[in-house]
Design a protein. Structure first.
Lengths: 304, 357
């Protein structure tokens, strides 16, 4: 029973964590891309279409990553090269993504999906209880954990990560030091797009292996909120994603169990819990400010 | 001066000609507002099927523009008003949540005819139409009681509105007519359309031990989960057999086409009146998808019930029926009136859930 709940929580939390990790990197470079929902849904449709056409869900995963990354290039070009307003462009990206994916996916509606099967680690998955939960999951779950560790290392232990954070904190100074701000930001935005695309692939290949229009149903926005919730730190983000997933799934079980609490209240619980935790961790204003990328969302035009 | 007169006359003739030509070509616009995407595989797709049938039947006289994925709330009013302003002669708004917005816009445009699905607010130029889905749900309940080994089904509900509560009760009553101890677990997803959340709700119910699943949400995700976990399920709004070829027992299929054709014809010949229409199985506004994946005797029972409902011999809400707390609602043989059903805000006995208020 408890194991079954955990398995459902992992499926629900993975797309949030993956998409939010990508956005975390983008924002650490000082770019605010509100188009996560749009990139996610483009990833979902690309992944589903590629899996259908080739019969391989793994090619689907690659296509999802590529779909999200290519779509994010549009945002990068508009905001970094043409210096368009990031907030407005991000919103436009979401709206465009929802429409475009509906158009592209029309031929695939109602087609039975191809599920990305779990990869079972032979010995580890035999560990009682946690073994099955942690070591017989699909590729995207493992990737999400690798991403958390990798991004944490990249941001706080690598030289390139340090440079990227410098850009996010003060792009003028970074530029003066000879760091290529625009190129780094292009890469960061594309990484964010790739992660959102991967999250989308999880939706259409693992979570609910099917394609329906607007199937992300707001998960991109939750991912965006998670980044702020986590104060731009990968491990907190992982914890936040799982907290949100656990409360979401927990309230459904509570309902099915029949505990007699009004369902509207239970449905609001994930959001309420998120706010409470946010209040607690942002209690210390100084540490919050240290983590916030200072040039977030600000346009950058190199002076020469 | 003469030249000017000729020029004026010529342009007047030209304008007149255009106007005439335009009138000959101009088709009446019969417009649709959808809450979801027209390819959602469920509710909205069923309405769009109806629209296409209407287009096929009367396409030489009308055109049928539509707006899809219109969110319920303030945006809906804007969308409906845009439709009315763009010259629609008639607007069908196809979700319960469009009720207030439709009523507001209808008051502003007295010359446009409005029809709102599943609501209860009518006006001189605002009709309502609905389908007696509960008839289908009663049949599903009977099938569930025959097919479930545990005598326990799971119900994925959307919002606690009378329509949904009525469906839950009808399902339970159908089940109890076969197995008096049948229990029903309900999970409120608080959404009509979110594949992921619907799937999560399905998984939660299955993990809590139900072995039959039914849904009052719009996507095929619950059917897919049921298929994966190897239990039976019922489809909603559209035939969902493709999502669960070995899973779907039957589905309530909304067949709005005939209704749309009938009402649009009335609009064209001028006989349209504001009415509150509530049609059922016998009128063909809903049909049952083929009874599959069940033994012949269950199928025979379902078909017999369907025939009895159509003939009027059987009304699902016929007493004796107790409310959830055990107090009496209908006496033996007494049938519920439509008003009570349309405002239903209580469970019948056997539903294992606390109704959200």
């Amino acid at each position: 029973m408890f194991e079954a709940i955990l398995l459902t929580v992992i499926t629900a939390a993975t797309p949030l964590v993956v998409a939010a990790l990508g956005e975390l990197v983008t924002e650490r470079s000082g770019v605010l891309n509100l188009g996560v929902e749009g990139m996610m849904i483009m990833g979902a449709v690309s992944a589903f279409a590629a899996a259908q056409l080739t019969g391989s869900p793994y090619i689907g995963v690659l296509a999802g990553i590529a779909g999200g990354a290519i779509f994010s290039l549009l945002f990068a070009f508009l905001t970094l090269t043409l210096v368009a307003n990031q907030v407005a462009t991000g919103l436009a990206l979401t709206i465009l993504g929802l429409g475009l994916s509906g158009q592209l996916g029309e031929a695939f509606v109602g087609k039975p999906g191809i599920k990305l099967q779990p990869i079972v680690f032979p010995v580890l998955s035999d560990i009682p209880f946690l073994g099955r939960v942690l070591f017989s999951q699909d590729l995207i779950f493992y990737l999400s954990i690798v991403l958390v560790i990798g991004i944490n290392w990249f941001l706080f232990r690598s030289r390139t990560g340090l440079k990227m954070r410098a850009i996010g904190d003060n792009h003028a100074s970074a530029h003066a030091l000879g760091i290529n701000v625009i190129r780094t930001r292009y890469l960061a935005v594309m990484f964010g797009g790739a992660c959102a695309g991967l999250a989308g692939a999880q939706l259409s290949l693992v979570y609910t292996p099917q394609w329906v229009e607007n199937m992300a149903a707001g998960r991109g926005w939750i991912a965006l909120a998670l980044v702020v919730f986590a104060s731009w730190r990968p491990w907190r983000l992982l914890a936040g994603g799982y907290l949100f997933g656990a409360v979401t799934i927990g309230q459904l079980h509570a309902q099915a169990f029949g505990i007699g609490v009004p369902s509207q209240l239970l449905s609001a619980l994930p959001y309420a819990a998120t706010i409470v935790v946010l209040v607690i961790i942002s209690h210390n204003r100084r540490t919050t400010l240290i983590n916030t990328p200072a040039s977030l969302g600000k346009p950058f035009v190199p002076d020469r | 001066m003469k030249k000017l007169v000729i020029a004026l006359a010529a342009s007047a003739a030209l304008l007149g000609g255009f106007a005439n030509g335009a009138q000959a070509q101009e088709k009446k616009k019969v417009c649709f507002i959808y809450v979801g995407s027209k390819t959602d595989g469920g509710w909205t797709q069923a309405h769009d099927r109806g629209r296409q049938e209407l287009d096929k039947a009367l396409g030489d006289k009308i055109e049928t523009p539509f707006l899809e994925s219109v969110p319920e709330g303030p945006d809906a009013e804007r969308a409906i008003e845009r439709m009315a302003r763009s010259g629609c002669a008639m607007v069908y708004t196809t979700s319960f949540g469009f009720m207030d917005a439709t009523a507001k816009v209808a008051a502003k445009f007295p010359d446009v005819k409005f029809e709102h699905a599943t609501g209860f607010k009518a006006g001189p130029n605002l009709a309502t139409y609905n389908s007696r889905f509960y008839e289908g749900r009663y049949i599903q309940g009977q099938i569930a009681a025959k097919m479930s080994k545990k005598g326990l089904a799971g119900y994925i509900a959307s919002f606690p509105i009378p329509e949904v509560v009525m469906g839950i009760n009808a399902f339970e009553l159908g089940a109890k007519s076969v197995n008096p101890n049948f229990k029903l677990k309900v999970v409120w997803a608080n959404t009509w359309f979110d594949p992921g959340k619907e799937a999560d709700a399905a998984k939660a119910l299955i993990d809590q031990g139900v072995d039959i699943l039914t849904q009052h949400t719009d996507t095929t995700a619950p059917m897919q989960v049921a298929a994966e976990r190897g239990i039976f399920a019922f489809g909603q709004a559209s035939d969902m057999i493709a999502a669960g070829p070995k899973t779907q027992l039957t589905a309530i299929v909304d067949t709005w086409g005939a209704y749309y054709i009938k009402r649009t014809k009335a609009l064209l010949d001028g006989s349209w009146k504001s009415e509150q229409i509530w049609d059922g199985l016998k009128d063909g506004i809903l049909t049952m998808a083929p009874y599959t994946n069940m033994p012949d005797d269950v199928k025979a029972m379902a078909e017999e019930t369907e025939a009895k409902i159509k003939s009027g011999e059987l009304h699902p809400f016929t007493g004796p029926i107790n409310k959830q707390d055990g107090s009496a609602w209908l006496k033996a043989g007494e049938r519920s009136d439509d008003g009570t059903l349309l405002g239903m805000n209580f469970y019948v006995e056997g539903v294992d859930d606390k109704l959200p208020k």
